[in-house]
Design a protein around this ligand. Sequence first.
Ligand code: NAD
Length: 498
Amino acid sequence: MRTITHVLASGGTAEAARQSEIFDPNNGGVQGKVDLGDAKVLETAVQSALAAQPEWAATNPQRRARVMFKFKELLEANMDELAELLSREHGKVIADSKGDIQRGLEVIEYCCGIPQALKGEYTQGAGPGIDVYSMRQPLGIGAGITPFNFPAMIPMWMFGPAIATGNAFILKPSERDPSVPVRLVELMLEAGLPEGILQCVHGDKEMVDAILDHPEIAAVSFVGSSDIAHYVYQRGVAAGKRVQAMGGAKNHGIVMPDADLDQVVGDLCGAAFGSAGERCMALPVAVPVGEDTANRLREKLIPAIHALKIGVSTDPDAHYGPVINHAHKDRVEGWIQKGVDEGAELVVDGRGFSLQGHEEGCFVGPSLFDHVTTDMESYKEEIFGPVLQLVRAHDFEEALRLPSAHQYGNGVAIFTRNGHAAREFANRVNVGMVGINVPIPVPVSYHSFGGWKRSGFGDTDQYGQEGIRFWTKVKKVTARWPDGGGDGSNAFVIPTMG
Ligand code: NAD
């Protein structure tokens, strides 16, 4: 049985006092263990980071970019191995694992252009003989705490911009699927990154608290569930850090009466059930506008859901694989029962699904609820499983209000052929990322990613220029090169450029 341990610049660590089990979602058993670190392990990482960071910050950005280029090459060369490892621990199908890696790789590609992204601003002649310029400088040491559901993409969202801008970075990945994050760190070192600039520590709340309290860690980026995101935000900010903390989601897909329903059904099935619904940009709520739209949509959804193929993560024909572990399967099935108890109509029941030959696997069949209402807990909370809920709206205004009033505000989509309705919706909806006929509107790497309300605490998004801003601070220089003729008569008055 494999044991995953920390990747520290100083080499090995003493045997861990605590470990956590890594489950195999395809058969429910234990496939490995991961060391759970503490403040002592973190201190070792911080000391190495402190020693290495100044030289890395002084390395010119073009040279830093070369490491990113090399890392991109290595990711591409190792794509199959990484995807297989990712599927084995997470349970998502191989093609989806490749997508997970690819979306992270695109952030690395953006970071290859760091010299351009880091260029500052310059004003010549802001006053008599005075020039003003600003530059972005690294914060020092940053840390990232990541969730289980995107073990490749989300670490790269964070360490790509953090390192490209000259910081040292300590990654604390999910203890549920830590192997791919470890491989990513190894590949960065193989790409020529100096020791100490990227390290990986494992752990649970104890390690997270140590990170949040450490005085040498200047910034923390977190992605995970909302209660923990909020906790991380508050504790990190109280310790004087810069913190961005992305949380959970409950994305709605508005289906207008004029939408192409065949297209919508395909999009909804992919976005609600793909990756077993374990995506923060999944679309677990569909809002058909008008009774007729609702009835037509339901009629088309039922056979499409029955046609979905659930399989082991290595099955190339499977639409989706198991959920992460048995505890999560129980949780998802508990939410389905809750929906029934609350009075929603369970049209397709995914509970009790068993895959032949993998009866112990953590599989959950697809479920469809109709007549879900906004007072139900199963509507208010994130289920994070293969469950699609229909909430019927009378008109556009009601459909617009639903995602706007929901506690989460990560993503939302509208399906329509009406440009005016789409534009109106995008302008007015109180949600951070909007798709127009796009079910999973994860912005490309040169824009940025971030939700609103309880989906995101802090005011800076992940990646793109927002990521550069998060991982840097701005220094402003006002320079005067006098010709020697001044008399200094205004030296006691606040300087103005007038
Ligand atoms: P999680 O909140 O359980 O764990 C996230 C991280 O927090 C992990 O590294 C974990 O070790 C750590 N952690 C767990 N319990 C902790 C505690 N009590 N104190 C401090 N740290 C703790 O999330 P998860 O189950 O791994 O991931 C799924 C969640 O992440 C979903 O809610 C999903 O919507 C969300 N998510 C959000 C985004 C986004 O960008 N908004 C992206 C992906 C996932």
